[in-house]
Design a protein. Structure first.
Length: 418
């Protein structure tokens, strides 16, 4: 084999039966060669089965500069960059995606974002995979948003974010920022910027339209279908990632989308908070000692002892159906609540709402003091509980916590849909 060949080169690998062209990738095993095929798939070869590796060309990372040019006749927005696939591209050496190095790189791939707006301010908060996002990062998001919400030169804000925990962040910002005077739009992509099938282009264009619209809420904007036809704007507390890889991964839960967004227009579908002068009252305190537990058949209630031992303040318990669980849990639920842990209930069914009055077990459970959280979905409930318990200015009687958990702060509860 040619010594000069290196990871990232475009090569042809010959085997006794056929040959394959693609990008040579770094391999974790010395005896294996990895190749990224033109179709995007990776394939591995044992070196002893390879007849020859032919060098075809060296692939260089493009470093074309991109100058952001503003037009004074267009409205100004701010873009906060926080990592995720939308700000990544293929690394030809590893075959995986790696973060872009600057906002200009993102805009070079998708200059169409400037069709309707000026990107007056850009800020790279970090380039994290969204699985690494923590409550302290939500607090950082909120502080940055407050700065641009108070800037009269900025019409709206776009936040680029990874998909896996995006709906946690949108919930957190909805509670932390409260009533806002302009749109805060979170958007994403399921496929990296350099892929022909990337969803980033349409998502960014639709996000820019929402950022200058009348919708003064925290919303998630992304593909409404697997085609590049239109996006939805979904309220930040009523959205959830519902597919691991499809482009239309995010769906509204127990609610309707606020709007349908095409490349050149917005079609309003449901009520929303409109723009008006609001004094931003940042309230980003968060109690980290909260947990989200999913109940499964036969689960031992002694799992709750871990949270008691480690001094947790609250638990979201995702129960079955309308809010059922084994009666064996009743004694332990009474015990941990007497010792100060707040327990709230959501349903595992995603859609629908909990109701303690339908079945006998529900009526017994409600007597323990647990709080049934209507139609709120579990991730939003988790964020809300941490936010409520983090607000030390409230007098934390059991009744007060229940009152606040059932108060509709950011559209997290919906009217019955039937």
């Amino acid at each position: 084999m040619v010594k000069e060949i290196q990871a990232g080169d475009y090569v042809e690998i010959f085997t006794p039966k056929t040959s394959y062209e693609g990008i040579l990738l770094e391999s974790p095993e010395n005896e294996i060669l990895l190749l990224k095929l033109k179709q995007g798939y990776n394939i591995g070869f044992n070196k002893k089965d390879i007849l020859k590796v032919k060098f075809l060309k060296r692939i260089k990372q493009e470093k074309n500069s991109f100058e952001i040019k503003n037009n004074s006749e267009k409205p100004n927005i701010a873009v906060l960059i926080c990592g995720g696939t939308i700000t990544s591209r293929l690394d030809p050496k590893t075959g995986g995606v790696a973060p872009l190095t600057s906002p200009e790189e993102l805009f070079r791939f998708y200059p169409e974002i400037f069709d309707k707006v000026n990107v007056l301010k850009t800020e790279v908060l970090f380039t994290k995979d969204s699985s690494e996002i923590e409550p302290k990062d939500w607090q950082k998001f909120a502080k940055s948003c407050k700065k641009y919400l108070e800037d009269d030169n900025i019409k709206g804000i776009i936040i680029t974010h990874g998909t896996d925990t995006l709906h946690y962040t949108s919930s957190a910002l909805s509670f932390f920022l409260g009533k806002i005077s302009k749109p805060v739009v979170l958007t994403y992509s399921q496929r990296s910027t350099d892929r022909a099938s990337s969803d980033a282009n349409l998502n960014l264009k639709c996000a820019s339209l929402v950022a200058i619209s009348d919708i003064a809420e925290v919303v998630v904007v992304g593909h409404a279908s697997s085609s590049d036809d239109f996006c939805y704007a979904i309220r930040g507390t009523k959205v959830r990632k519902m597919h691991s890889s499809k482009r239309d991964a995010f769906k509204p839960i127990n609610s309707e989308p606020i709007a349908k967004i095409y490349e050149d227009k917005i079609e309003i579908l449901s009520d929303y908070n409109s723009r008006k002068k609001e004094k931003i009252k940042l309230d980003n305190c968060f109690e980290k000692k909260v947990a989200l537990i999913k109940y499964y058949p036969g689960q031992d209630s002694e799992i709750l002892d871990y949270y008691l031992k480690n001094k947790y303040k609250g638990i979201i318990l995702e129960m079955l159906g309308l809010g059922q669980i084994s009666r064996k849990w009743i004694k332990k639920l009474k015990e941990i609540q007497k010792k100060g842990i707040v327990v709230c209930v959501t349903t595992q069914t995603i859609y629908g709402r909990v109701n303690s009055l339908v079945y006998y077990i529900g009526r017994e459970l409600i007597k323990t003091g647990i709080i049934y959280l209507e139609d709120i979905h579990s991730e939003t409930a988790f964020v809300k509980l941490g936010w409520v318990l983090g607000r030390k200015k409230w007098n934390f009687s059991k009744e007060k916590i229940k009152e606040k958990m059932l108060e509709n702060f950011a559209g997290e509860f919906s009217k019955r849909l039937g």
